[in-house]
Design a protein around this ligand. Sequence first.
Ligand code: JFZ
Length: 410
Amino acid sequence: MDHAWFAESRFGMFVHWGLYALPARHEWVKNRERLTDEDYQRYFDHFEPDLYDPVRWARLAKEAGMRYVVLTTKHHEGFCLWDSAYTDYKVTRTPWGKDLIAPFVEAVRAEGLKVGFYHSLIDWHHPEFPVDSRHPQRDDEAYKAATAGRDVSKYADYLHAQVRELLTDYGQIDYLFFDFSYKNRPGEWGGKGADDWRSPELLEMVRELQPGIIVNDRLDIPGDFVTPEQYQPAGPMTVDGREVPWEACQTLNGSWGYDRDNLDYKSPELLVRMLVDSVAKGGNLLLNVGPDGRGQIDPRATQTLDDIGAWMRLNNRSIYGCGPSGFTAPPDCRYTQRGNRLYLHVFTWPFRHLHLPGLAGRVKYAQFLHDASEIRTRVIDPTQTAGNTTMGGLAPDVLTMDLPVVRPDV
Ligand code: JFZ
């Protein structure tokens, strides 16, 4: 299958949106606060995102340099953003009353971006989803007794039927992120995995409905790419010793869903370094936004993405289609490489000179990306100086760059 677009793109937008945008205190709020279905109903009853404008979302992503957008069709709360035939717990029964998925898919496509769905395997609302250690009512003995006869295979039927809807009714879908399996984890009970989801059968159906689709690895069976979460791996990721496509997902402020009072924002500079770090290690970055209850991506998130976009406009040649280099970057730097173009990302600006091991005689021309200005390079002869002076232990294969004293403002 041709998944070349995925590694070529390197940078995507994750969108976590559901009823949890209304409490606005993390997408796990139902679990964290042990909210009952009845408590949670108020968010359903007040769901009316009158400023929902997926064209704006798609443009924001595109301007930030992102090449694909992934939306939560259903998160763990169980609320469906489309008009599913298999439940009433869906957007078309809220005051908003309209499908959210079709306009999203259309807007993303219109910007020339790839379309992705996130779909939760966990469901805290479905009447046949067996209660487990991750369930909001996990400690409520009466609730546990009343729900004891739940049949996970009936839930799996529902899961399969809904995935079929999503992959049938919205044209070509390029990407699918299932979330997640947690079987036999220490200190947990009732965890679920491939047997519960009937993962092989589900994945087979997915590939039949969307032959070109790329699927993640959280079904508890291997997928097309792996998904470290809020973690930058130490180097290229492998499965059974073979390098595999991977994608780090990262939040702007530690929460996936809209979290009004959380001001713990990562700086645009840090996020750019995370993107570069991913590419330097052969991976992608899926950066999350959590739209609010009216459907807006808030000003802090928008500003951050605009700032990343300004960097991408000048530097995206070092991102798209790039991957790891065989050369070893100096401390606090990363290399990305595409063909014979080597891109050096300097995280901490040095004192006038940068020493690049192994590059003496290998570089035809060096320039800044942001203004195409030449960077002069030389090979310092370590034996040239008088007496017993050494040049700080320079090896003969080191190429030295002459840099401006002050880092260019890009
Ligand atoms: C999951 C969700 O629970 C979370 O709300 C968000 O959607 C995120 C992208 O995915 O969180 C996970 C899933 C898997 C692991 C950790 C957090 N895991 O396997 O360690």
